[in-house]
Design a protein around this ligand. Structure first.
Ligand code: ASP
Length: 434
């Protein structure tokens, strides 16, 4: 065994995974930016990045299903209601703060002000597939759970497995021994599936640095440097809002419940980095769950519910982005914003964030909803400004997705701690090994 470990790749497996990923991210971005745009090279490197995303997506459905079944069936139904209520409360408050922070940053830095779009003739077609509010709510209930799983409709999958898990909890308590025994077999089976899935996550993470390098190279080689310079202000403003959200809200949450914000940030870096490069909250779910389980001591009964729901409805980063970009476009198009506009942006951004899918670029579609709501239908100059934002969407999406998943993980520790269920020994042990 020890001989095998001293092979040529031993340095790779022995070095800290988070540093390997971070190194790959930095090197991939720099090489991508420095080299001239090269479609042939992009087509060669892109599959390595796509492979990473595919590997993560491969385990989303089984990991959500197994963790939710085991999680919900191992806590009392009455408690599940409380955990859900707390999570939704935390999501609503942090989303509200996120949009206010975004608007404040935009108010100070005025992205888009002074842009003269009047003589440009670029046009962006208006292709909004944004669902209505009632559709968002109705789509939570799957008409066919198998098709929901086949199409990775996360909210619908969660809905079905919560029913499954709660029913299983009742069956495990049944007075009839036959039912009780059968239910316990089902429980044990899914408990095993969940452990096996975490093993797979660890293997996938060994490939992560290569995937990350490829993903970053492609983004920056395609549009990096030029995109950064042309829209530096809006990029800066969005990222400032995101950083403020981390410091004020997530670190504040940690202080509030007596945990070290520094440890939190160290522990959450794997999901943050994964979200940054995959630009998908859904694809990051397995890593967020692994972090909550193994580094933070959040019980399965809590994270198995809070994290998948959060990955679908809690989009703090997306709300910051929606606020800043709506103001960028309004400024660029010379719209004088009044209090009514700001209130509309706050409300529609919060609702739009709930309806944003946890996949790359979904937030950009929701921006159309917010623009419509403040009387800026996407045509003419608005279309041009929207097109500019779309041009750098990948860069903005990396930051906002990172924030989206950090918000979910913060919610899971807040709920666990306030329920008196955070395994602080596990938290401390994992802190020492960072
Ligand atoms: N990419 C984001 C996510 O997966 C959603 C968005 O585009 O805002 O969380």
């Amino acid at each position: 065994m020890s001989k095998q470990k001293s092979g040529i790749l031993s340095w790779y497996f022995k070095s800290n995974l988070a540093y390997r990923i971070l190194g790959a991210l930095i090197i991939g971005s720099i090489i991508g930016m420095v080299l001239p745009k090269n479609p042939t090279l992009i087509s060669i490197i892109q599959p390595f990045g796509d492979l990473f995303v595919r590997l993560l997506k491969m385990i989303i459905v089984p990991i959500i299903a197994a963790s939710l079944i085991v999680g919900t069936s191992s806590i009392e139904p009455s408690k599940l209601g409380r955990v859900g209520g707390k999570a939704v409360f935390y999501y609503a408050i942090t989303t509200l703060i996120a949009i206010i922070l975004g608007l404040m940053c935009a108010f100070i830095f005025k992205p888009g002000a002074g842009l003269d779009l009047s003589d440009s003739s670029i046009a962006v077609s208006k292709t909004s597939n944004a669902p209505s509010l009632s559709e968002i709510v109705l789509n939570i209930v799957p008409t066919n759970p198998i098709s929901a799983m086949a199409n990775t409709q996360v909210l619908a999958i969660i809905c079905f497995f919560i029913f499954f898990g709660v029913a299983l909890a009742f069956c495990r308590e049944n007075k009839d021994e036959r039912i009780k025994e059968a239910a316990n077999v089902v429980y044990k089976f899914f408990d095993g599936v969940s452990e096996v899935m975490f093993k797979v996550v660890h293997w996938i993470m060994q490939y992560a640095p290569i995937g990350v390098f490829a993903l970053m190279f492609v983004v920056f080689n395609k549009s990096g440097a030029s995109a950064f310079s042309s829209l530096a202000n809006v990029t800066f403003t969005v990222y400032l809002g995101l950083v403020l959200q981390i410091i004020l809200v997530y670190c504040g949450t940690c202080l509030f419940i007596g945990l070290s914000p520094k440890s939190f940030l160290q522990k959450v870096k794997d999901p943050m980095l994964t979200a940054f490069v995959t630009r998908s909250s859904n694809a990051t779910l397995p890593i967020s769950m692994d972090t909550a389980e193994n580094k933070m001591g959040v019980p399965k009964g809590i994270y198995s519910f809070v994290l998948p729901v959060g990955a679908t409805v809690n989009m703090n980063g997306t709300t910051v982005y929606l606020g800043v970009c709506a103001i960028f476009i309004a400024n660029a198009c010379g719209l004088d914003l009044n209090l009514g506009h700001y209130m509309t942006i706050i409300l529609t951004s919060m609702l739009a964030a709930v309806g944003t899918a946890g996949i790359p670029g979904a937030g950009a579609m929701m921006l159309l909803l917010v623009l419509e709501a403040i009387g800026l239908p996407v045509e003419g100059n608005v279309a041009i400004a929207y097109g500019m934002i779309l041009g750098i969407d990948a860069i903005l999406d990396m930051g906002r997705t990172s924030m989206n998943v950090t918000g979910d993980v913060a919610a899971s520790i807040w709920v666990a701690k306030t329920e008196g269920e955070l395994d602080t020994d596990k938290w401390d042990r994992a802190s020492k090994n960072l």
